[in-house]
Design a protein around this ligand. Sequence first.
Ligand SMILES: CC(C)(COP(=O)(O)OP(=O)(O)OC[C@H]1O[C@@H](n2cnc3c(N)ncnc32)[C@H](O)[C@@H]1OP(=O)(O)O)[C@@H](O)C(=O)NCCC(=O)NCCS
Length: 161
Amino acid sequence: MVVISAFTEAEVALAYCIFKTDRVNPWAYSTFEKSALNSISLVAKKNEITVGFVLLSSILDELTIEDITVQVNQRNKGIGRQLIQSSFILATQMQQIVIYLEVRFSNTPAIELYRSMGFELIGQRKNYYETERGQEHVTHINNKITVIAPREHAYIMKKIL
Ligand SMILES: CC(C)(COP(=O)(O)OP(=O)(O)OC[C@H]1O[C@@H](n2cnc3c(N)ncnc32)[C@H](O)[C@@H]1OP(=O)(O)O)[C@@H](O)C(=O)NCCC(=O)NCCS
């Protein structure tokens, strides 16, 4: 059974390990810890073991999903959906009226999850995310050779509560 609750300090280190496995350029531990322990971010535990989390932030009546990650071997079992559903409940309790998030163009699992939970695409941020250094390419600008690490666009999505 999966239990969703607010983070305690005990869950932060394992959640950070889960976070790091999927990130091109992960946040520093201290940044992650601050976000996890902000009293609104949520952790998912299965048989007492951390298997995923959603990092949330709030300004006035707007909630933002800063990150959501489920441990690789626990994906496609409904845990991401449960984390988002719990975020909706929390947001309603906090009298938030809207939830925002950003997601990479290429992140089909996350986009499908958000769409299936009622998020709508409202905009894009060009070249927002870093990509793997292995995809660097060379270009010629003003007769100079410049190495460019291509960046990936972000979708901005919104759900009115
Ligand atoms: C995105 C993520 C959190 C989804 O978590 P999850 O627990 O695997 O998701 P769920 O099992 O709850 O799936 C819910 C829905 O998401 C969508 N989905 C999940 N995995 C998918 C995949 N591989 N391809 C397409 N859609 C997918 C489906 O709509 C699914 O609904 P369904 O099971 O009824 O078909 C997970 O893939 C993850 O941790 N990814 C890496 C981190 C990341 O990219 N986070 C998003 C940052 S913006």
